[in-house]
Ligand binder design. Structure first.
Ligand code: FE2
Length: 374
């Protein structure tokens, strides 16, 4: 059972107020094509661009957005760069989870005083639209949190970027905001990063799952969910557990060559419509056997959605004390079997779909089997 379902948001210390996720930056081998993919398949809109044309000589970045979600897709322009090394080591993946704060200097000073490792000292960046202050600290693996203070800025994204004007503007699929982002860390490291989020950022642990709850016949993992005070920022942290075969977290760690972001969960108000759109635009989702739906309402009670549509699309449902949620997982989006996306619609539930873990992990195992990595 869930061992800490208690609503412990109140435990989060408010010494580091965070307004939300500011942006997620991925280092990718081809930013131009990645931007096209996220626009076409995921319904993101063109927002901003930085590169040779804007005076940036070492990298090219495309910023795409959908409602409150912003992705930055960055590639190096020359060999021998930190970005290129990151891509060589990890494949495409998340480098920055940026957090929107009122005071990026205070956030940095507080985090450093509480034991964080510095990535970027506070710096003011400005252009004709005003200025921002950014600072950064390391978290697990090579992932960093950048604090963004943008109350004095009116430009399209950040200084140095120009609005990205293009004639190719496919519509949104209804994605609204980042619900949570999950990190995979090495065996034995989960509690270290739980403590990091508690000590450095004042987060509270709101849930924990052990390997008896998150397991199938073959694979197991453990997870703890960290949250800031208002629940807007939620970072579950997974570590592998001993199983008969290799777990999905082990597979991730092996191919990512270290700890990193496993999935980004994005929220929608209409998961059936969103997933239908995404599938028609080429996004591939994990396959769920249709017998999952046979006794669905016996398990989760009455739901508003049409079960035939959920079955057709492979959308999962789970209920907790507060309501229910619908969720679905994409296949991994990179050549290496590492990162994927979750689409989630919450109808009262604040949990993470524990009732679906078995069906989900069996679906992942079928993919691992095909890759020969189970
Ligand atoms: Fe998730």
């Amino acid at each position: 059972m869930i061992t800490a379902i208690k609503k412990t948001f109140a435990e989060a210390k408010d010494f580091m107020p965070i307004n939300g996720t500011d942006y997620v930056e991925l280092y990718v081998s081809n930013s131009k094509q990645a931007a096209h993919y996220y626009k076409t398949a995921f319904g993101f809109q063109s927002i901003a661009y930085a590169g040779l044309e804007t005076g940036v000589t070492d990298r090219e970045s495309y910023v795409v957005g959908q409602d409150k979600i912003r992705l930055v897709l960055t590639s190096p322009l020359h060999s021998g760069s930190d970005i290129g090394k990151h891509i060589d080591d990890h494949g495409d993946g998340v480098k920055v989870v940026a957090l929107w704060v009122d005071d990026a200097t205070y956030a940095y000073d507080t985090a450093i005083a509480r034991g964080a490792k510095s990535f970027m000292v506070p710096r003011v960046e400005s252009d004709e639209f005003g200025h921002v202050v950014r600072s950064g600290i390391y978290t697990y693996g090579e992932v960093v949190h950048i604090f963004v203070e943008r109350k004095e800025y009116r430009g399209s994204f950040l200084p140095g970027y120009q609005p990205w004007k293009t004639e190719y503007n496919p519509g949104s699929v209804g994605l609204k905001y980042v619900d949570h982002m999950v990190g995979n860390v090495a065996l034995g490291d989960m509690d270290k990063f739980v403590k990091f989020y508690q000590d450095v950022m004042g987060f509270a642990q709101i849930l924990s799952f052990d390997d008896k709850e998150i397991s199938t016949e073959y694979t197991a993992l453990m997870s703890k969910v960290m949250s800031n005070g208002d629940g807007k920022i939620k970072f579950p942290i997974n570590e592998p557990a001993e199983g008969l075969k290799k777990s999905q977290v082990d597979e991730y760690l092996e191919f990512y060559e270290g700890a990193g972001v496993q999935h980004v969960a994005v929220a929608t108000d209409n998961i059936i419509e969103t997933v239908r759109q995404m599938r028609s635009r080429g996004v591939e989702f994990l396959h769920i056997p249709t017998n999952y739906y046979d006794e669905l309402e016996d398990r989760v009670g009455k739901i508003d959605e049409d079960i035939d549509s959920l079955r057709e699309l492979g959308i999962l449902v789970d209920r907790d004390e507060e309501g229910y949620l619908l969720q679905i997982f994409t296949k991994t989006v990179n050549p290496r079997p590492t990162m994927f996306f979750e689409i989630i619609q919450r109808k009262g539930a604040r949990s993470f779909g524990k009732g679906n873990f078995k069906a989900l992990f069996e679906a992942i195992e079928r993919e691992q089997e095909l890759r020969g990595t189970l």
